[in-house]
Design a protein around this ligand. Structure first.
Ligand code: ACM
Ligand code: ZN
Length: 756
């Protein structure tokens, strides 16, 4: 038994190594073995079949080859460079591809398998510098049947031709589903003939120059000039173009919330308790985001059914995505029609009312022979009708629990792993966006399947999907920058066999694929070359650690920007006096990533330990690490408290004469971060009994300042002696009305403590 395991391990690693060194194919094939010799590619490849069933595939194969820029024609078997064989034992999207000195043979059971064989072959041909292909044998099939990418065309309206470009690249990566997020609060992007106002009104919003969360709601009568929509003719063209590439387009129509573009067009579909102007939102919307479609009004169901009628005419997909995301029930609770519906239907609460809402549209979708998908939140209302959940919350656990309980299917797109809107590298080098970091490596390593999952749960998982939300995008290039190269990693995670993890091999394959992106005019990030830093205080010193996700680069550091005194980084750098460190990654002596600059400053608190309670992001050490946070509170240099009072104490190590104390606070009410209302500063000699030294009051205009602000909270001149300095900062509670995030709870972020 043991010997067998070892033999298997050796065999497996030989295949993997062969893959890593000999073929840079994304997604990684299930098995790749090197053969003897090579095949010289003719200037035009002749395609022929060895059997009648495969004969049908000759013509599509010629067009698949031409689609990838490879000259090809149908011809006789004796002249064939590519021989097609049909093999019913091969899984639907699987294939075998063999290259020998005599030519290429491809076996598959159907069209999709032949198509995917060509995608692998095209990558091999693209990487050949001398017109030859190394002999090899590939046996391949996908891990998951659903391999998706979602594009949000509501926040940023992606030009139509760019959708085709995305489909084409996705298909090269063997992604088989494009989910288009067509409607939301910020725009309705699909022509619906029965409801022309959806595109006359709903497709257009006021154009605000601020970043998405900072945009104020529209005033009635303000010109709505930003937007656009796709005609039904265009979408049919996209569906056809995608089908030719084995990509299914799944349309999403959001309901009952994220529907303000629809309700701006037809305000009578909102609950009658809404007493304000409904305009297409340029940003998040503040309290207006609670305006949703009325669940008590039968015209609402009629509206969505009519929309579904036209959607089904355009999109032949098995699934229609019905949204269901983040429905705020505040208006439903006040609405007489919604309350009546709740009572009439014997529903327990307003979540169940959403369940009723989704069920009603879902059964209509099913009556048309289709199936429904919904976001996590559709599971809250205990839907009676079968609906596949697209799991997005955190690690995807909401969807997993739903699937466990109901036995229904699900797709994993967890925000922590598959949200391409998040930073893809160290934040100081990236364009402003939301939330935390998901690197290329994080996406590559994503495996949705839990170790303790039952066989049934495993079989309910249809696959995985990468999601691109476009709140911060203003051009196709900005969308592409966020999507690439991470979409390569998502495609690999969706296809390659479970348990296979060859990050260095994937990086090489990525390098080989980048010319394909270049050739298609697609912008991509080089964030994988940038350095992530961590500076931790200890014993009055600072310890500088640096890391790059690419294993094949050298990190060098210097004390001058020109790197004249540069040396290799070999491990933690200990620093005990002010200095600026410059660092970058290099390969063959050439700088690869951006230059990281760490200006390390020292005061009496620097390098000393901080004791903190309830620091939500767990990085209170950054308060004394000699580095100032940037204009992003999420850059891992700001210690954050998301509710209540922030309370933290620095131990200066010994009793020190103190003449000044200050503390940096972050304020940007546009993203719900406020400066504190007031800060109490205490000192102590023993760390247990504290005396109040100063109370710092913060002016109201600073507390809720808009845009990114660093506010220095200063005690003014003091004259005392102490070993411990404690800060107690009071959270102001909520963002005031009239600001973009009105009524939202406030968070607080702090960085350097300065004791002089
Ligand atoms: C989502 O990100 N609200 C689906
Ligand atoms: Zn209502």
């Amino acid at each position: 038994m043991k010997r067998l395991t070892i033999a298997l391990l050796i065999a497996t690693s030989a295949v993997v190594q062969a893959y890593a060194s000999a073929a840079h194919i994304i997604p990684a094939p299930e098995a790749y073995t090197v053969g003897d010799g090579s095949y010289r590619l003719p200037s035009e490849i002749v395609v022929a079949s060895t059997d009648q069933t495969a004969g049908k595939e000759v013509k599509p194969m010629v067009s698949y080859l031409k689609m990838r820029g490879i000259k090809a024609r149908a011809g006789s078997l004796s002249k064939a460079g590519i021989r097609l064989t049909s093999d019913a034992s091969i899984a639907p999207e699987g294939y075998r591809l063999a290259v020998s000195p005599e030519g290429i043979t491809v076996a598959a059971s159907g069209d999709a398998g032949f198509f995917y064989a060509i995608q692998s072959l095209a990558q091999m041909i693209g990487q050949s510098s001398d017109g030859t292909l190394a002999a090899c044998d590939i046996t391949d099939l996908p891990r998951f049947g659903y391999r998706g990418v979602m594009l949000d065309v509501t926040r940023y309206f992606m030009p139509f031709d760019e959708l085709k470009k995305l489909v084409d690249i996705a298909s090269r990566l063997k992604i088989n589903t494009l989910h288009v997020h067509l409607t939301d609060d910020n725009g309705w992007r699909l022509e619906i003939k029965k409801y022309p106002k959806l595109t006359e009104v709903g497709a257009w919003r006021v154009d605000r120059p601020e970043i998405f969360p900072a945009r104020l709601n529209p005033e009635e009568g303000e010109p709505a000039t930003y937007g656009g929509f796709y005609t039904q003719k265009q979408m049919k063209e996209l569906v056809k173009y995608a089908a030719e590439r084995h990509v299914t387009v799944i349309p999403e129509i959001e309901m009952p919330a994220h529907a303000i573009a629809a309700l701006a067009s037809y305000p009578e579909l909102a609950c009658p308790v809404v007493d304000r102007f409904i305009g297409v939102l340029p940003g998040i919307g503040g309290t207006s985001a609670s305006i949703i479609a009325c669940a008590g009004n039968d015209n609402v169901y009629r509206f969505y059914q009519d929309v579904i009628d036209e959607v089904c005419e355009i999109f032949p997909s098995e699934y229609i995505h019905l949204g269901g995301d983040e429905a705020n029930k505040a208006n439903w609770e006040k609405c007489p029609l919604c309350n009546k519906r709740l009572a009439d239907e014997g529903l327990k609460d307003f979540e169940e009312l959403q369940g009723y809402f989704m069920d009603r549209i879902n059964s209509y979708v099913q009556s048309k022979g289709r199936k429904a998908i919904g976001w996590d939140e559709v599971s809250y209302g205990q839907p009676k009708e079968d609906i596949t959940v697209l799991g997005w919350h955190g690690d995807g656990n909401t969807a997993v629990e739903y699937a466990r309980k109901t036995g229904r299917n699900f797709i994993m797109s967890p925000a922590k792993k598959m949200y391409l809107i998040r930073y893809q590298g160290p934040q100081w080098f990236e364009p402003f966006t939301y939330f935390g970091n998901i690197t290329l490596k994080d996406v590559y390593e994503f495996d949705p399947v839990g170790e303790n999952w039952s066989d049934s749960l495993r079989s309910q998982l249809l696959g995985i999907q990468a999601l691109m939300w476009t709140e911060f995008c203003n051009s196709p290039q900005e969308v592409q920058y966020m999507m690439f190269p991470r979409l390569l990693a998502a495609a690999d995670a969706a296809w390659r066999p479970a348990g296979r993890n060859d990050w260095p091999g994937f990086i090489k394959a990525t390098d080989s694929f980048l010319p394909v992106l270049d050739g298609n005019g697609i912008t991509y990030a080089r964030s994988m070359y940038n350095i992530d830093h961590k500076v931790t205080p200890g014993g009055g010193r600072l310890n500088v650690d640096m890391n790059c996700i690419r294993p094949d680069v050298e990190i060098r550091w210097a004390t001058d920007e020109a790197f004249t005194d540069s040396r290799p980084y070999t491990g933690t750098i200990a620093v005990d006096k002010p200095m600026t460190i410059y660092a970058a990654t290099f390969a063959d002596g050439v700088q690869q990533g951006k230059t990281l600059k760490l200006p390390l400053e020292f005061n009496k608190a620097t390098g000393h330990k901080v004791q903190a309670t309830d620091c939500n992001n767990g990085i209170a050490y950054t308060l004394t690490n000699g580095l100032h946070g940037s204009d992003r509170n999420s850059d891992f240099e700001w210690a954050g408290w998301h509710n209540g009072t922030a309370d933290f104490t620095v131990d200066l190590g010994k009793s020190e004469a103190i003449h000044g104390i200050s503390l940096g606070a972050f304020a940007n009410s546009d993203i719900c971060i406020s400066a504190p209302l007031e800060v109490f500063v205490y000192t102590s000699d023993n760390g247990t009994s504290f005396r109040l030294l100063k109370k710092i009051e913060v002016p109201a205009d600073k507390i809720y300042a808009r845009g990114a602000n660093r506010i220095e909270l200063d005690c003014g001149p003091v004259d005392t002696k102490a070993r411990y300095v404690r800060f107690v900062a009071v959270n102001p509670g909520h963002i005031p009305e009239g600001l973009p995030r009105e009524t939202a709870p406030t968070w607080m972020y702090f960085d350097e403590i300065s004791v002089r």
